[in-house]
Design a protein around this ligand. Structure first.
Ligand SMILES: *Cc1c(COP(=O)(O)O)cnc(C)c1O
Length: 491
């Protein structure tokens, strides 16, 4: 399996194909694009049938080996077995089987309309990002131990990525984590989860700004190729290809668990921000999985909803990004979106590059086909199954109350956005699976507002806010950030 940049042309810096292991430790391609397989591997009906009886770990192995062809099968099998165990995914709620790793829960089943929740948030940090990040931690350790190398992970988080990365990398030999977060913008629970880690290989940097300032700093530092090489910088942002691939697995798992035969279809609704999670759904669909609709659910930061309704992709300025009660979706531009656009424009890398250059210079592009637009590919969006919707704070509160009253569960704010939008796209005979992207305990302030009581906390999280916290506060300045990194990598 070979990988290409979405911007690769014969003249670009990434014209040569790469292997899974070489892109594993990097971020953006050298030409500024994102890596994708040269072609998507296909899954046969026979394979799909055989996969119905597999454990999650073995299913992950079967899917990953199609993408990570340069890792020996036995090693990959050991890595997936170590990653997807009930001990790691032990925060399953009452009524869920932790052994299933991503258990399904039927919420509604009336008149052929089936609404299902797929629990992805039973890992160490109570968000779906553990699903990929735990694998990444084990893959990094495996890759680095082969040549005794080291890696400095430099990432940005609005809350969930950072904690998932830190819990996946703490204590891992050869790995150090520099994690940027927008100062004061994470929930107290998220802040405590990250900042209470005292491990010497974990460095928390609170940035005076919003999440996009953090993300811009990561891009700026990563674009300095010599600095990146000198300090052995890698990334774990959602653009990381291995993360996307790890997420492909639970779409297969959700499909297999919700169906009994391979001619059935399901739809997925995905609470979305950086388009990483749902991009994995797109890839599962391109591999042949019978996904009917991929429903993009956004909050008030509706860049993606706007695109899927109109064909206009218009990124927001950082002052236009709302700080909402589903903060992990508070983005103004979606860093994985380029992967989908690349497919939408027929894998034309020059055109992809031109469109995203326009994002940088003019703030967006228009594929609606209207006079003066940049193209008319938006008419093809339906062929890829995409639809969308948005949810507001008031919707979130209503949905959290409704789920509590009607389904007897407390859902988190992001999952509430998903549920609200999913109910607008239900179709008879096609089960709708909503991905549960976090547990409610992480966003307790809004649960209290909606229900007048605290969200349940899994064992071990009772008193996390009172633990001592370790972090540094910095301005959003690229030069100062580089100085800080250089001083702490000891090179
Ligand atoms: C990261 C995150 C999202 C958004 O996922 P993307 O891959 O960025 O689209 C949604 N909900 C929660 C709880 C998250 O942590």
């Amino acid at each position: 399996m070979q990988y290409l940049s979405t911007r690769a042309t014969s003249a670009s810096a990434s014209r040569n194909p790469e292997t899974f292991s070489t892109i594993l430790l990097g971020g953006l391609a050298p030409d500024g694009g994102l890596f994708l397989p040269a072609e998507y591997p296909q899954v046969t009906l026979e394979e799909l049938s055989a996969w119905r009886s597999l454990s999650y770990a073995d299913l992950a192995y079967e899917i990953l080996r199609k993408f990570a062809t340069d890792i020996p099968d036995a090693d990959l099998k050991a890595l997936t077995a170590k990653t997807y165990t009930p001990e790691v995914y032990r925060n399953a709620r009452k009524g869920e089987n932790a052994g299933e790793i991503t258990p399904l829960r039927v919420l509604e089943d009336e008149g052929g309309n089936k609404l299902i929740l797929q629990a992805l948030s039973n890992g160490p940090t109570l968000a779906f990002k553990d699903m990929a990040m735990q694998l990444l931690g084990n893959l990094f350790e495996y890759a680095l131990s082969k040549d005794g190398d080291e890696l400095n992970i430099f990432g940005a988080t609005s809350g969930d990525t950072g904690s998932a990365a830190e819990y996946a990398m703490r204590g891992k030999r050869g790995v150090r984590v520099f994690m940027l977060s927008p100062s004061g913008k994470m929930s107290p629970f998220q802040t405590a989860q990250m900042f209470s880690l005292q491990d010497p290989n974990i460095l928390n940097i609170a940035v005076e700004g919003v999440f996009d300032d953090c993300q811009d700093l990561v891009k700026a530092v990563s674009n300095d190729l010599s600095f990146k090489a000198r300090h052995k910088i890698g990334t774990v942002n959602s653009i990381n290809w291995a993360r996307v691939v790890a997420q492909v697995v639970y779409y297969f798992r959700g499909y297999l668990a919700a169906t009994t035969s391979n001619d059935q279809k399901v739809s997925f609704t995905v609470p979305s921000g950086n388009f990483g999670n749902i991009c994995a759904g797109h890839i599962a669909r391109m591999m042949g999985l019978q996904i009917d609709k991929l429903v993009v659910a956004t909050n008030e930061n509706d860049v993606l909803d706007e695109f899927f309704r109109t064909g206009v992709y218009r990124v927001r300025k950082s002052g236009e990004t709302f700080h909402t009660s589903s903060p992990s979706m508070d983005i103004s531009k979606a860093s994985n979106f380029e992967r989908f656009i690349f497919d939408l424009v027929g894998r034309d890398s020059e055109r992809t590059h031109a469109l995203f250059r326009k994002v940088d210079t003019q703030g967006g592009f228009d594929l609606s086909g209207a006079p003066g637009a940049d193209g008319d590919e938006f008419r093809r969006v339906g062929e890829y199954g995409f639809v969308s919707g948005k949810s507001t704070h008031a919707d979130r509160l209503d949905t959290i109350r409704m789920a509590f009253d009607d389904y007897g569960i407390t859902v988190d704010t992001h999952t509430a956005d998903g549920l609200k939008v999913a109910r607008e796209h239900m179709a008879p005979g096609v089960p709708m699976i909503v991905l549960e992207t976090a547990l409610a305990a992480k966003f307790n302030e809004t649960i209290r507002e909606a229900l007048g009581m605290d969200a349940e906390r899994p064992a071990g999280f009772e008193d996390i806010e009172s633990l001592p916290q370790k972090f540094v506060l910095m301005r959003p300045n690229v030069g100062e950030m580089k100085t800080f990194i250089a001083a702490h990598t000891g090179l």
